[in-house]
Every structure is written in C-alpha cells, then in structure tokens.
Ligand binder design. Structure first.
Ligand code: AMP
Ligand code: MG
Length: 398
C-alpha cells in the first residue's frame, strides 16, 4: 500500500502547469500573475490637486487668518479632465477640483472649507505651506518600475493598479480545464425519477464545484454507465480540449469496475492508498492527458479531491497557498481510528474555543454529515485512539 504522502507526490507530478496567456483585466480576477509586471507609465500621470479648492502660490497667502483673510481674484476654473490649464500669475487664484492638473506657477491648494468659496474673488482664511494638497507626478509609481511580482494572486487592489496604469491585458496562468466523468449504471440525473436500484448522480456537480473553487475550471461534467465502450467514447470526445480528467467510481475491488477495466494497461496505475476514506486510487496519462481516478463513494470523492487533487491543481496554477489552512485544535469527544491508515474525519470547528467536534460516523456514504462539516480532522496512520481534549490537526475547508 502507498502512503498518502506518496500518492500526493504522484498526483503533484502528474498535473502540469498551464502556459501563461494574456487575458483582459476583467477576466484576470483570482488568477496568478505569470511574470513580473513593469509600469508602462508613471502614477500620478501629472501634478494634480488632492482637494476641491483653490490653486495658489503659498507665499501669497502666508498672512491669511480668519480675522484678516487674504483676498485673491479667481481667474480660471479647472475641473478634473481639463487639458488646457493656463499658468497662475502671482496674486491670483484658480478654482480647482480634485484630480485636476495643477497650473504652472501654483505650488499649493487651499481646500474650499478654508475659504468663503468665492467664484470671482475668494477670501482665504488660512495659510498653506508650499506643496500642500498637491499630488506629484510619479510619486506613487515611476515609469518602468516593477509594480507586481510573478506569482502574485490578482485581486481587487492589484487589478485596480493595472487598470490605473492603463493596461488592458495581463499575462496570467490560466485555469486548468478539467473533465469530470462519473461512472455507474445506477446513476440518474437529479430531477429525474428513479427506478428500483437507481440513485441520483451527485459526484459530478460536487467535484465540479470543488474544482472551480480551487481556481480551475470544470469544463464538462458527464456520467456514463459501467460500460467500457461508453466510457472510452466519453473520454475520446473530450480529451482534446481538457488539461486533466477526473473520474469517480469504478476503481475498487468488485466486478464491473469500469474505470479500472477501461484504463488498466492504458497508462493508468491503480493502487491502494493507506487512507480512510478513499483507499482505491489511480493516476496516469491517457492519450497525452493526465487522468486521476477517484473512488465512487461521495465522501471518498471529496476527501480524495481535497487530499490529492486540490493541492496539485493549485501548485500547477501557481498559487502560493496550495494547502488548506491547518489549525491545531482539541477534540470535544474521543474518537477511534484504524491502525495503519491515515484517517480524515469530518469535523466542525469552534475557533474561539480552539476545539473541533467530530461529525458523523467514518463511513464514506454519509453525505449529510459531510455537508455539515467545515473541516477534515487529520489522524496519523499510527494513531488508533484519541481522548477528548487531545490536540489534532484540522484542515479548514472554508
Ligand atoms: P463505486 O466506486 O463505483 O463502486 O461506487 C461506490 C459507491 O458510490 C456506490 O454506492 C455508488 O452507487 C456510489 N456512487 C458512485 N458514483 C456515484 C456518483 N457519481 N454519484 C453518487 N453516488 C455514486
Ligand atoms: Mg460504480
């Protein structure tokens, strides 16, 4: 049997990084920057006012007080966006708005609140030092400067910066495209009636949602009956436009194990991993495309995705955080675990108390308890009993 760590490494080696692509800024949210980014221009682009008020020569208003305001003639009105800003002559003021270009000859802005707000003449009540309320060209970003480093996750502030710099596109590591293929002759589309022995298909949507929230893109979801020919046909029709295939079901020890039957000897290696849930696993490359075969039980599917696939996907797409955050917390009640297997139990965290409550039994069909959990309790291979109050590692799934 393989250890969890060994199989994690196999999946990590299997999933390759996508080639960087330029994308419009609007499509770049959440993606990883592929290369260091240099500013094409400076920010601010020109000296401009930080306030609504009056552009003045600081020396002209040095004596201003409430009792003895300095009176200046207002010569020009400069709203934001005005391009033809006349120079300021000493002894006069220009009314100016936030973001409007500073006139040559002015060296300070008095905000409107420190004046009477006059339109043709203005009474200024307070002096201002040279440079006050002026935003200087290039004081934020110099042209040619490196503003973002490769590997940065592009979120609102980074995209705001790129837009401010005038960039329309940015080179990112794109989402890996994943085909989700569930197997089982008992499976029926949700919403459709069930005949005896049938169940509603639930792994495909669950996996697709987990894939998307890992930053990848579940491109197609499918389920096929336990028929080797049908399985191959589904695979063949989609292999060309995906980077990874994830299957569920059909890999354990019984008969009618369609994934095993179809892919044994085709580049996929099936193995047992010392883990509960999720023991039967497989991985390989089929006709040039990496394939990860997960077991069919719903809890096994999601736990195996979390343990093996999610970290590998995130690493390939360049994310700095490939692992779920692990918190060290105390069990609220005792649990037992099988010898020789790494066990992942569902749990519910109380971060304030620093505790975790194990939720539901260990069986891998207890979907309702999976849905109630917010973490996986990670129990080492050699641990068989844990008392209430024992410290454990929990993977936070939020
Ligand atoms: P298998 O690994 O194919 O033997 O499936 C193990 C268990 O998981 C069986 O009870 C299946 O009915 C169930 N199962 C497998 N695939 C799915 C699926 N896509 N949706 C819901 N249950 C499934
Ligand atoms: Mg099956």
């Amino acid at each position: 049997m393989r250890t969890v760590t060994q199989h994690q490494q196999i999946i990590a080696d299997l999933i390759r990084s996508p080639a960087p692509v330029p994308v419009p800024l609007a499509d770049a949210a959440g993606r990883v920057l592929a290369a260091d980014h240099y500013a094409a221009r400076q920010l601010p682009a020109f000296d401009n006012s930080a306030m609504d008020g009056y552009a003045v020569l600081a020396a002209d208003i040095a004596t201003a007080t409430t009792e003895l305001p300095v009176q200046l003639r207002v010569v020009e009105d400069i709203p934001a966006g005005r391009g033809d800003v006349p120079a300021l002559r000493p002894g006069t003021a220009h009314r100016i708005m936030t973001g409007a270009p500073m006139p040559v000859g002015a060296d300070a802005v008095v905000q409107v609140e420190a004046t009477d707000g006059g339109v043709t003449r203005v009474a200024i009540w307070e002096p201002r030092a040279s440079g006050t309320h002026v935003r200087y060209a290039g004081e934020d970003v110099r042209a040619g400067e490196r503003v973002l480093t490769a590997g940065t996750v592009l979120r609102a502030p980074q995209l705001g910066l790129l837009a401010a710099l005038g960039d329309a596109e940015v080179s990112v590591l794109p989402a890996l495209r994943v085909l989700v293929l569930s197997t089982g002759s008992e499976l029926v589309e949700p919403g459709q009636p069930l005949l005896p022995g049938q169940i509603h298909e639930s792994n495909a949507l669950m996996l697709a949602t987990a894939i998307d929230s890992a930053g990848a893109h579940a491109k197609r979801l499918h389920f096929v009956a336990d028929e080797v020919a049908e399985f191959h046909a589904a695979l063949d029709s989609h292999l060309a436009d995906v980077d990874l295939v994830i299957t569920s079901g059909g890999v354990s020890a019984g008969a009618y194990e369609v994934v095993k039957d179809a892919l044994t000897g085709q580049g996929v290696d099936f193995a047992k991993v010392a883990m509960q849930p999720g023991m039967p696993q497989g991985a390989g490359v089929v006709r040039g495309v990496p394939v990860v075969t997960l077991p069919g039980n719903p809890v096994s599917v999601l736990v195996s995705f979390e343990v093996f696939v999610r970290p590998a996907l995130r690493a390939a797409m360049g994310y700095p955080d490939t692992r779920r955050p692990v918190v060290r917390v105390r069990l609220t009640e005792p649990i037992t675990a099988p010898a020789g297997k790494r066990q992942f139990r569902r749990g519910f965290l109380d971060r304030e108390l620093g505790t975790v409550r194990p939720i539901g039994p260990p069986g891998s069909h207890f979907l309702r308890w999976l849905a109630a959990a917010d973490c996986l309790i990670d129990i080492a291979e050699d641990v068989t009993t844990l008392e209430a109050g024992a410290l454990v590692d929990a993977w936070s799934l939020d």
